[in-house]
Design a protein around this ligand. Structure first.
Ligand code: ADP
Ligand code: ZN
Length: 515
């Protein structure tokens, strides 16, 4: 029997660490005891160690389920570098026969496989040919439809797990809200008392979320204050290329693109150069960063909104793994939410509500005047202090304005113009601009024509953004705006609307004066 006391020398000799971090010790102790566990730990907390160490100590092979071949090969390299006997069985491997023989001979500590392989009956058969020490299920949130990254193959794992009831299970994830956690445990047969939930706070990361008006200028300004390595997430390959080029030109720094459409050699070279660099900035699609072990990323910037709060947390979590001060800055636009909400229509009904809830939660984070960290941590079920002192809203309190009346004017103008025009047109109608198109449509004769004046007019854009983020205004197929969400309740006076006014604008300065 191996126990936690025996783990310390292994921690030192095999992994070269002086002690456990956070709640690693608790997870390792449980696993060494043979108790199935779900470990929810933030990115960078050191989840791999919690199965690799027991894999070294316990008799038999630890089977690791991992969703990405690239991720497996990274893990494989680092495990082997520590002298751990590890192998992968993937379509990218040529040494299947040797791996299988090594397994049968009991000469493997770790065997990495993809879920679609693991769920096959033939694989189950193969596993029964030698002793197993542990099942480690990485990225375990993929098993849950509540999770943000559901993968049907993960559902099929249960059969394999149940075929070896004496082998403990260790499920690992960085991102699981309460509902997802409960679901993961139920799906994988982990007892209710098997949850180890590590804190989600990353105190060295400074969070900021701003409206995007000129991403190149905003990023240039961010990079001017941050000479260290950074990741910029953009939404499409084309935007990745374009931003990488423009940022390189504007800053004179080393900036490289990374996306799935690049030549594999170029992609690998860019990634390797980034990992080795102390100043490079990589512009990438979200796939970049999974499994990359670069502790000194000084900033992560999002141009466009991530898919969910979970995604945001995971992506920003790639900053500052070394514990030094780092920044996470999101530059969002109303169109990001409009597009995401439009896509909801294509999602099948069973998932639509949870997808919508995810977007609403994200909009809440973007549109809050509260401490960003508090909103984030509460989302993960924690009870943080009301203010962190290290996010944009804590450092400079934004204003909150009740704009219910203005919202009613805006929504009724959208309604009266037939819910088919964009914000530019609606704004002209509201402010009484006798544009040719306005006159042609007869919109200068509407009761809403010219009912917004002076200071109020300046709030129309931020209001429209806020309403789009919340889904009270939705984009139509042809780029117009239509009523959605609580629009009718607002019009009827049953619901009020507040918007957050960034501190820069309050003082009458340009909102793009800082990133
Ligand atoms: P996760 O999978 O949770 O994102 P990793 O397993 O990739 O995290 O570990 C993140 C980093 O922390 C790695 O560089 C790893 O070597 C390091 N690490 C893990 N455990 C310890 C420890 N006990 N002491 C020091 N460094 C550690
Ligand atoms: Zn804060």
């Amino acid at each position: 029997m191996s126990s936690i006391a025996g783990a310390f020398p292994v921690l030192k000799d095999v992994f070269g660490f002086d002690g456990f971090r956070g709640r690693q010790e608790e997870v390792v102790a449980r696993v060494l005891d043979g108790r199935s566990t779900l470990a929810v730990m933030p990115t960078g907390a050191g989840k791999s160690l919690t199965y690799q160490l027991p894999a070294v100590m316990r008799e038999g092979t630890c089977v690791v389920i991992s969703p990405l071949i690239a991720l497996m090969h990274d893990q494989l390299r680092s495990a082997r570098a520590n002298g751990i006997r590890a192998a992968t069985l993937t379509s990218a491997d040529a040494d299947w026969r040797e791996t299988q023989e090594a397994f049968r001979a009991g000469a493997l500590d770790l065997l990495y496989v993809a879920p679609e392989r693991a769920s096959q009956p033939a694989f189950r058969e193969f596993l029964s040919s030698a002793p197993l020490s542990l099942f480690a299920i990485d990225e375990a949130h993929c098993v849950s439809e509540w999770g943000h990254d559901f993968r049907p193959d993960y559902r099929l794992l249960r059969g394999m797990l149940d075929a070896f009831p004496q082998v403990p299970r260790l499920a690992l994830t960085a991102t699981a809200d309460k509902q997802t956690r409960a679901d993961v445990m139920a799906q994988l047969g982990i007892p209710e008392d098997g949850l180890v939930l590590a804190g989600f706070d990353r105190p060295n990361i400074r969070y900021a979320i701003r409206h995007r008006d000129n991403p190149v200028r905003q990023l240039t300004s961010l990079m001017a204050g941050e000479p260290g390595p950074g990741i910029v997430y953009a939404q499409t390959r084309r935007k990745v290329e374009e931003l990488a080029e423009k940022l390189a030109a504007a800053t004179g720094r080393s900036v490289r693109p990374y996306h799935a459409g690049l030549d594999p050699e170029v992609r690998a070279a860019n990634q390797a150069a980034f990992v080795a660099s102390e100043e490079m900035v990589i512009v990438a699609t979200v796939a970049f960063g999974m499994g990359i072990d670069k502790p000194d990323v000084r900033f992560v910037a999002h141009v466009g909104v991530p898919k969910s709060i979970e995604g945001y947390y995971q992506e920003t979590g790639r900053a500052g793994r070394d514990g030094d001060p780092s920044q996470a800055v999101m530059f969002w636009g109303a169109g990001d939410f409009a597009t995401a909400r439009q896509r909801l229509a294509e999602v099948d009904e069973a998932r639509r509500n949870s997808e919508r809830a995810r977007l609403d939660a994200l909009a809440g984070l973007v549109e809050t005047a509260e401490c960003r960290r508090a909103v984030l941590l509460r989302h993960f079920g924690e009870h943080p202090p009301a203010s962190c002192g290290n996010c944009d809203n804590c450092l400079e309190q934004p204003g909150v304005t009740d704009v219910t009346e203005l919202a009613r004017k805006l929504l009724s103008a959208v309604y009266r113009t037939g819910q088919s025009f964009g914000m530019g047109h609606v704004q002209k109608v509201l402010t009484g601009n006798e544009d040719e198109r306005v006159r042609q449509r007869g919109h200068d004769r509407l009761s809403v024509f010219g009912i917004v004046e002076g200071d109020e007019a300046r709030l129309l854009q931020p209001l429209s953004r806020a309403l789009q983020a919340r889904g009270d205004l939705v984009a139509t197929e042809h780029g117009g705006l239509a009523l959605g969400g609580s629009a009718r309740a607002i019009l009827k006076g049953e619901s009020s609307v507040e918007i957050v006014i960034p501190p820069k604008r309050q003082r009458g300065r340009r909102s793009d004066a800082t990133p």
